[in-house]
Design a protein around this ligand. Structure first.
Ligand code: DX5
Ligand code: ZN
Length: 215
């Protein structure tokens, strides 16, 4: 199966967000990636459940909601209600990661775990059978348009190995600095879903940008 593309709306024009989302869906996007930042876990502040609930009626596509917030357990219910299909929480932000993943599942949403570039991949091993998605940050989270960190791909390869050995079926996603050049290395390492913000929304022709990344 070909690699899925998840445009990150962080680089979209928020004044015309509905049109921006419709444009990338028409252009072949598989998921819509939504970056939630609280100004504490990461320096930037972005969007909350209210905006997510406004995005929900725009598309039937999978809404992949990336929580870059402290104490994510406090907001799981709100983001589930607002229409998330996948909710990912950072291993670095969860004191009780296993509990939080099961809270997401109990809320009827697919649970995913996210891991920063400097965090060892072993941190996710104990909960790897509890997730539908593992998201590897290929930049330090907080902003769009940063440079891809290739060393993260070694962690991707380890996750591919564990998935095989344990007979699991979670998807592997990368986020940050994905463009036509870096997408190739990601696909070779075994990535299933590529998040791309600036490489899609900074291009006028989104369909062609998505197509180029996918190929
Ligand atoms: C970064 C976010 C990313 C961001 C990626 O913290 O999690 O989703 O939008 O942007 P690009 O693709 O421009 O690196
Ligand atoms: Zn993200």
């Amino acid at each position: 199966m070909s690699t899925k593309i998840a445009p990150s709306i962080l680089s979209a024009d928020f004044g015309i967000l509905k049109e921006e989302i419709e444009d990338v869906i028409k252009g072949g996007a598989d998921y819509i990636h939504i970056d939630v930042m609280d100004g504490h876990f990461v320096p930037n502040i972005t969007i909350g459940p209210l905006v997510l609930s406004a995005v929900r009626p725009v598309t039937d596509a999978t809404l992949d909601v990336h929580l870059m917030i402290e104490n994510p357990d406090r907001y799981i219910h709100d983001f589930a209600e607002a229409g998330a299909d996948i909710l990912t929480v950072h291993v670095e932000a969860c004191t009780h990661l296993h509990r939080n993943l099961h809270m997401i599942k109990d809320a009827g949403v697919k649970p995913g775990v996210v891991i920063n570039p400097a965090t060892p991949v072993e941190m996710i091993k104990p909960i790897i059978k509890d997730v539908d998605l593992v998201l590897f940050m290929t930049v330090n989270p907080g902003f769009g348009g940063q440079v891809f960190i290739p060393e993260v791909l070694d962690k991707v390869k380890q996750a591919v190995k564990w998935r095989e050995e344990l007979g699991l079926s979670f998807e592997i996603e990368v986020d940050g600095g994905v463009n036509v050049d870096t997408a190739k290395q990601c696909a070779e390492a075994g990535v299933d879903v590529l998040v791309a913000g600036s490489a899609i929304f900074n291009e006028k022709d989104r369909a062609s940008a998505i197509q180029k990344i996918r190929n």
